[in-house]
Design a protein around this ligand. Structure first.
Ligand SMILES: Cc1cc2nc3c(=O)[nH]c(=O)nc-3n(C[C@H](O)[C@H](O)[C@H](O)COP(=O)(O)OP(=O)(O)OC[C@H]3O[C@@H](n4cnc5c(N)ncnc54)[C@H](O)[C@@H]3O)c2cc1C
Ligand code: SF4
Length: 500
């Protein structure tokens, strides 16, 4: 309940450029993090948390190793910056975001956590501009200063939109407990104080800053809930309660086989704000309820086509399925080949809808480019289904061993290890250990830790399926389609089809 870190602190320090520098930047921050009922001393060294930090570190290493793909020139700083901090100046910038996301999905096999912040920056560029144009406020200039600071330091930004929401049939101001949506609890000359909690926050503990945003359309009585602001992750008054992931405690065991993907994972936590102070300098909306819906729609427009990340993760899963088929000696069977073709076809369907949304981008009044909303929603709606089908096919090819395999400890046991190696062998020239490693990876991605990112996040992240159907319904131009049909059928009402 005190004042947060000095705005702009550390401006003079060099930008974080490599994965190793990023990991070091997270140390010693004294965050209040709870995991499995215990307060975490240093998240960086916690075996359950570390794989999620490694996944974010991969975004820095990719920018260092492949700058064309994962970095961009900033008009704010005049320097090359990480693409996750770049505000899109062309359709090509949005296309490059998608290419980078697919590559990172391939490299990590999980959620690499930085897209929510990237998509929030792009959405806020036009929203702050439009609020200023309507109300003569000064949000856009503040926002651009903030972006420049993030770029100079090379920070990770978490995007905090989803409230815990209580009774979903009620508006924020109608809830029995006002804190079920994040809101302004107090204002003074220096800034605002916020209260409430955000749920399912991807990469929040691994970020340097958070941007809080409203999660839904707001009405006149919800003014205190119309708050958009940026705050450092270590601001006083924040508590993080870490989300459990399926099989997460395997990361506490010795060995790296049973985890399936020991190096990388995603991260979600609930973030609780106990009257946390934010200076005016970092407030980008306060009370402009009429701009909550445009913000949510523009953010989800960017974010729903960001889900091409799943096509990168899908590439790794398809590779795992093809590998286990080889290890089992069935790779030439026609139904196996056909299933792999089906998986590739489905995976490219996600990619093609996402990247076409980026190609079809248009410029907003503020100058930022925004992707095509209809295609972005089609992309995300595919993502609510396709990974489940790819996962089902991967499990088909993996065989039952995926869920009945003994542990690494059994494999390495002085007495029974030999039995495990003898009886769980596939093809002669493939070691039993390699066969177990690949089925554990498939387990990890379809039932374990990274099924959170590949499956359930695909369902609910960036909005549950119904949210996309609403947007598709709004934009499907049914009247125009009816006129086209009537014209072809020679019905009177179809005469003007081409002018609709
Ligand atoms: C792994 C993961 C990572 C995520 N990361 C982030 C993040 O980084 N930042 C962020 O802000 N959010 C994040 N989200 C949140 C995501 O946007 C939400 O999960 C999504 O918007 C759905 O909200 P919910 O989970 O509260 O579902 P619920 O609201 O509980 O929905 C459950 C069901 O009820 C339906 N429903 C809900 N409300 C209504 C209503 N009023 N009328 C009719 N039906 C309704 C839904 O359509 C759905 O079918 C993440 C989610 C997941 C799973
Ligand atoms: S789910 Fe995909 S789009 Fe969202 S943050 Fe993770 S990697 Fe990025």
């Amino acid at each position: 309940m005190g004042k947060s870190a000095t705005p702009g602190a550390g401006e003079e320090l060099p930008a974080i450029r490599t994965g190793a520098e990023y990991i070091e930047s997270l140390r010693g921050r004294k965050l209040r993090v709870f995991l499995l009922g215990e307060e975490v001393e240093e998240p960086v060294d916690h075996p359950i948390i570390r794989p999620s930090i490694n996944a974010v570190a991969a975004t820095y290493d990719l920018a260092a190793n492949d700058p064309e793909l994962a970095s961009a020139m900033s008009p704010y700083t005049g320097e090359r910056i990480n693409r996750f901090l770049h505000v899109a100046e062309s359709a090509e910038d949005l296309v490059m975001q998608n290419k980078m996301q697919r590559r990172l999905g391939q490299l990590t096999g999980t959620c690499f956590q930085r897209c929510v912040g990237m998509d929030a920056l792009n959405a806020l560029h036009s929203v702050t501009f439009d609020i200023d144009a309507a109300n003569d406020t000064g949000y856009h200039a503040r926002f651009k200063n903030f972006v420049a600071h993030m770029q100079r330091r090379g920070f990770v930004i978490g995007g905090a939109m989803t409230d815990v929401k209580g009774d979903r049939s009620k508006a924020p101001h109608e809830q029995d407990d006002p804190d079920l949506y994040v809101h302004v609890s107090k204002r003074d000359d220096e800034g605002v104080y916020i209260r409430g909690a955000k749920a399912h926050q991807t990469g929040c503990i691994n970020s340097h800053w958070l941007i809080v945003m409203p999660t839904l359309r707001l009405g006149e009585n919800d003014r205190d809930y119309a708050i958009v602001a940026a705050l450092p992750v270590d601001a006083e008054g924040i508590t993080y309660i870490y989300g459990r992931q399926s099989c997460d405690t395997r990361a506490l065991e010795d060995g790296d086989i049973d985890a399936g993907n020991a190096q990388f994972s995603g991260q979600e936590a609930m973030v609780v704000f106990d009257d946390v102070f934010i200076p005016w300098e970092h407030v980008f909306m306060d009370g402009e309820v009429e701009f909550a819906a445009p913000l949510v729609e523009r953010f989800t427009c960017y974010h729903r086509r960001s889900y091409v990340c799943k096509s990168g993760v899908g590439d790794a899963l398809i590779g795992a399925a093809a590998t286990i088929a080889e290890y089992n000696g069935v790779e030439r069977a026609s139904h196996i080949k056909d299933k792999l073709v089906e998986m590739a076809h489905l995976n490219e369907t996600i990619y093609s809808t996402g990247i076409s949304s980026s190609h079809e981008a248009e410029q907003m009044k503020s100058g930022v480019y925004i992707c095509n909303d209809l295609l972005a929603n089609v992309c995300k709606h595919h993502v609510t289904k396709i990974p489940y089908e790819i996962g089902r096919l991967a499990q088909d090819l993996a065989g039952g061993i995926m869920v009945t395999a003994p542990s690494q400890k059994d494999l390495e046991h002085p007495e029974i290890g030999e039995l495990v190696r003898k009886y769980l062998k596939g093809k002669t020239d493939v070691s039993t250990e390699d066969r177990l490693r690949i089925v554990r990876l498939i387990e990890n991605m379809t039932l374990g830790r990274n099924a959170v990112g590949y499956l359930t996040e695909s369902m609910h992240g960036a909005g549950s399926p119904q949210a996309q159907r609403i947007q598709i319904a709004r934009q499907m131009q049914l009247e125009k389609k009816k006129s086209l049909a009537k014209k072809l059928a020679g019905i009177d009402g179809g005469k003007n089809a081409e002018h609709d």
